[in-house]
Design a protein around this ligand. Structure first.
Ligand SMILES: [Zn+2]
Ligand SMILES: [Zn+2]
Length: 187
């Protein structure tokens, strides 16, 4: 079987992100999806998505731009931004993704909420990693999962994020395997 030309998951950091945090995201992606990653700043800025009325950034607009600019060898692209994201029906989102599509985005802006200084690195890193996997999961056609432990469970607040595990449930893992095969990868 010849491998598809699109075989890399590109992580596109934007802003002043800790390198250790970006590395952590890459490691988690490979652990869950079994694809190689590459760090590449696909977006230089997201001012095109700024909404002055809300003083936030429209995540759907970012996804479109990200898909248009995605590198040719990328299977999926995940942007990691610091600015606060929204979609019109919600006050904010931790991230958004194109279901079964190419691009996804997460914001770290609200993921440090409720963390005491002492616990910041570990809990914050865990949350960012979980939300990164969650949004990328949507690009692999995974929908929200009823299992509150599953990484594809929809989280309304940071407590929900902390409560869920960093794993896909058995059901979602099977769905992911099928999708990866459909894309022409994997055994
Ligand atoms: Zn979701
Ligand atoms: Zn699940």
């Amino acid at each position: 079987m010849t491998e598809s030309a699109e075989h890399i998951i590109v992580v596109a950091p934007l802003g002043d992100l800790q390198p250790a945090l970006v590395d952590r995201i890459c490691k988690e992606i490979t652990r869950i999806f079994n694809f190689q990653t590459r760090i590449e700043p696909v977006l230089q800025d997201v001012s095109f998505a700024y909404d002055a009325n809300r003083d936030q950034y429209h995540s759907t607009t970012i996804l479109e731009k990200l898909a248009a600019l995605s590198p040719p060898d990328s299977l999926k692209v995940l942007a990691v931004v610091q600015v606060d994201l929204f979609i019109p029906i919600l006050t904010h989102v931790y991230g958004e993704a194109q279901l079964g599509g190419k691009s996804s985005v997460i914001s770290i802006s609200r993921l440090s909420e409720g963390i005491s200084k002492m616990g910041i690195d570990e809990t914050f890193g865990d949350r960012v990693a979980k939300e990164a996997i969650h949004e990328l999961g949507h690009t692999f056609n995974l929908r929200h999962c009823k299992d509150a432990n599953c990484i594809m469970h929809y989280c309304r607040n940071e407590h929900d994020v902390d409560r869920k595990s960093d794993q896909l449930c058995r059901y979602c893992r099977i769905m992911l395997g099928d999708e990866v095969k459909r894309l022409g990868h994997g055994a």
